[in-house]
Design a protein around this ligand. Structure first.
Ligand code: DHB
Ligand code: FE
Length: 279
């Protein structure tokens, strides 16, 4: 059976990708950020998952207001990095796993999650920056990837509770796949940040730290937090953190925290990173 060997939560700040792409990781501004990531890089190098399921949002790159799927699963063979205005990032193409992705689609839809299935899509920083955070700059990504795109852009958004329930169903789907693949689930986005408007630059570190405590130890309480509270406390883009709840739903109620790192500011946002395993 396929096995979930752990979960990673990480912000997907594009400036981190730019720092890697332009060789700035050792500059004084970036050095503490990259040293805070090292334990996650060591963990992924040691555990070597075959597949990463990356729960991310598209930022009006591939999807725009003409088409807003609440949950979209990438079932294609490959996914090209999207050009976000500066040319596509110089990172390898992302290789999919259609057989597992279709199995997950069948299982989730049978469990009443009516996903949008996408054979052809490009992936933006929401997905490629977490890969760079974990794997740095390989010529080929060491894992295959199943993109699971969540709408956190155009309201109405799914709730944190729905994301958590989706994670629980995703675990059932993965663990019913008859092949010994090792899978890591990565929740991306957050933590507090707001990129526009009067509150641009908002960072609420106290809220983020409390949210992380609950996320790790009492996820059912995070599932009760409404989108309005997330917007108020963590900013218009801080609400991306609900995507971490899909990852959390894939793990047991009690988990071991292998790594937890929080750093502000990164660009004008909060950066959070956790690596969790079942106890
Ligand atoms: C930025 C963009 C994001 O999508 C995000 O999650 C954090 C920061 C940015 O443009 O700085
Ligand atoms: Fe984002």
């Amino acid at each position: 059976m396929a096995e979930i060997i752990g979960g990673v939560g990480t912000s997907h700040v594009p400036a981190i990708g730019a720092a890697i792409d332009h060789g700035k990781c050792h500059e004084p501004y970036w050095q503490p950020v990259f040293s805070g990531m090292q334990a996650a890089r060591d963990w992924i190098a040691k555990t070597r998952p075959d597949v990463c399921i990356i729960v991310y949002n598209d930022h009006a790159s591939c999807f725009d207001l003409r088409l807003t799927p609440t949950f979209a699963l990438g079932v294609g063979e490959k996914f090209a990095p999207h050009d976000e205005g500066y040319g596509p990032r110089p990172v390898p193409e992302v290789q999919g796993v259609p057989e597992l992705a279709w199995h997950i689609a069948e299982s989730l839809i049978a469990q009443n999650f009516d996903l949008t299935l996408v054979s052809e899509m490009s992936v933006d920083h929401g997905l490629t920056v977490p890969l760079s955070i974990l794997y740095d700059q390989p010529s080929v990504w060491p894992c295959k990837v199943i993109p699971l795109c969540v709408n956190v852009i155009q309201h109405p958004l799914p709730t944190a509770a729905r994301c958590h329930a989706l994670g629980k169903a995703l675990r059932v789907a993965i663990e019913s796949y008859a092949s010994g693949l090792k899978v890591v689930v990565i929740g991306t986005g957050g933590l507090s940040h707001q990129l526009q408007g009067e509150r641009a630059g908002l960072i609420n570190a106290a809220y983020d730290q409390r949210w992380l405590d609950l996320f790790i130890h009492e996820p059912e309480r995070v599932a009760e937090i409404g989108v309005a509270e997330m917007l108020r406390e963590t900013g218009s883009e801080g609400v991306e953190a609900i995507m971490w709840m899909v990852m959390r739903g894939c793990l047991d109620a009690r988990v071991k925290t292998l790594h937890r790192f929080y750093h502000v500011p990164v660009s004008n946002t909060a950066y959070g990173l956790v690596v969790l395993e079942n106890e």
